[in-house]
Design a protein around this ligand. Structure first.
Ligand code: NAD
Ligand code: TDX
Length: 332
């Protein structure tokens, strides 16, 4: 039994991680989450109180992080401002949470000699051309495009510097686009599913040729657990499941799965600085740690995700109108 401190555990990937830890291990979890607009306590509903404790708090609060890290054996750091479109409107919370928050946690881990796993994104590498046969590897140079991805890139650099300069026992992972239950309706896939459930139409940015490398959130989290258990300290592992799809194809698939005509979507204003393509080479993770994805059929995973949103309207309904109103002001 290990005691985990999970930051951002009321968010999309963090709450799925806590559920997976409870279901597949005997570890105890303390979740610390600021419950920003993106955090939702209902995402942790039904979990046993003797395994999961919830603390509302900010990762940039040095006193609180000191106290919580002192009690933990492993810190798993998911907390972040995570949405590119929001970072284009107001970058300031991204700098505070993603940079100052990561710095604050690193200092607490250093003081108490506690192991850290830092969750990051493939967006730190910028983008690939649509016709480039290559993929991101751990050797790819950092070239972030948006305030969000630049703040995540900075957080990765901080973690590596604290490993090298201060001997903090940290590992890092950079994952591609996740989908699955409990994802906020501002994000691409849940936005389209809930638009259709709401009687509206999906919204495609620009021509929709941009490619994302989709992975089910449970596969991401299984890889994170494998890295915590068997990863080498100081190493970076790229997580991806060979799930490249362009955005137009994803929208058409959602429409088909939901019994609508495949052309029943709107083209809306493109994202400024919109990254063209992400693609992950996960061979280091597969070869060193023996990880393989369980969700190999994107369409089946997407159908299960559609069902989840159909069956959990009470979870997403409170956020929907405000998210769509904010998009509408930007012509999206
Ligand atoms: P999310 O926005 O759904 O959840 C983020 C959580 O962090 C929320 O519960 C929020 O309340 C909390 N939080 C925000 N600021 C905080 C602060 N200052 N202190 C404490 N808690 C705070 O995001 P997500 O999609 O679950 O992403 C989780 C992590 O995974 C992030 O680090 C993100 O960069 C990374 N990531 C996400 C994806 C993806 O496809 N969603 C892919 C790769 C990496
Ligand atoms: O309504 C939309 N229409 C649309 O065409 C939205 C919300 C998005 N898009 C496009 C933009 C992207 O090309 O869909 C793609 C995916 O968009 P997002 O869900 O906003 O994800 P992305 O910007 O790719 O970033 C995601 O993956 C990497 C996560 O939000 C990040 O946290 C993660 O680091």
């Amino acid at each position: 039994m290990t005691s985990f401190l999970v930051t951002g555990g009321a968010g999309f990937i963090g709450s799925n991680f806590v559920r997976q830890v409870v279901a597949t291990t005997d570890h105890r979890v303390t979740v610390v989450d600021a419950l920003t607009y993106a955090g939702n306590r209902d995402s942790l509903a039904g979990l046993p109180a003797d395994r999961v404790r919830f603390v509302r708090g900010d990762v940039a609060d040095a006193d609180l992080m000191d106290e919580l890290v002192a009690d933990a054996e492993v810190v798993v750091h998911f907390a972040a401002e995570s949405h590119n479109d929001n970072s284009l409107r107001d970058p300031s919370p991204f700098i505070r949470t993603n940079l100052v928050g990561t710095f604050t946690l690193l200092e607490a881990c250093r003081r108490h000699d506690v192991r850290l796993h830092h969750i990051s994104t493939d967006e730190v590498y910028g983008d690939l051309e649509l016709d480039d046969p290559g993929k991101f590897t751990p050797e790819t140079a950092y070239r972030p495009s948006s305030p969000y991805s630049a703040s995540k890139a900075g957080s990765d650099h901080l973690v590596r510097a604290w490993v090298r300069s201060f001997g903090v026992a940290a590992t890092l992972s950079n994952c591609s686009n996740n989908y699955g239950p409990y994802q906020h309706v501002e994000k691409f896939i849940p936005r389209q599913i809930t638009n259709i459930l709401d009687g509206g139409r999906p919204k495609l940015y620009g021509a929709g040729a941009n490619v994302r490398d989709w992975i089910h959130v449970e596969d991401h989290n299984a890889a994170v657990l494998a890295i915590i258990e068997r990863g080498r300290i100081g190493e970076t592992y790229l997580i991806g499941a060979d799930g490249e799809k362009d955005n137009r194809t994803v929208i058409e698939t959602i429409l088909r799965l939901m019994g609508r005509p495949e052309d029943g979507y709107d083209r809306v204003a493109d994202r400024s600085g919109h990254d063209l393509r992400y693609a992950i080479d996960a061979s280091k993770l597969r070869d060193e740690l023996g990880w393989t994805p369980r969700y190999r059929n994107f369409e089946a995973g997407l159908a299960a995700t559609v069902d989840w949103y159909r069956n959990n309207e009470a979870w997403w309904r409170p956020q929907k109108a405000a998210v769509e109103a904010a998009y509408a002001t930007r012509g999206q």
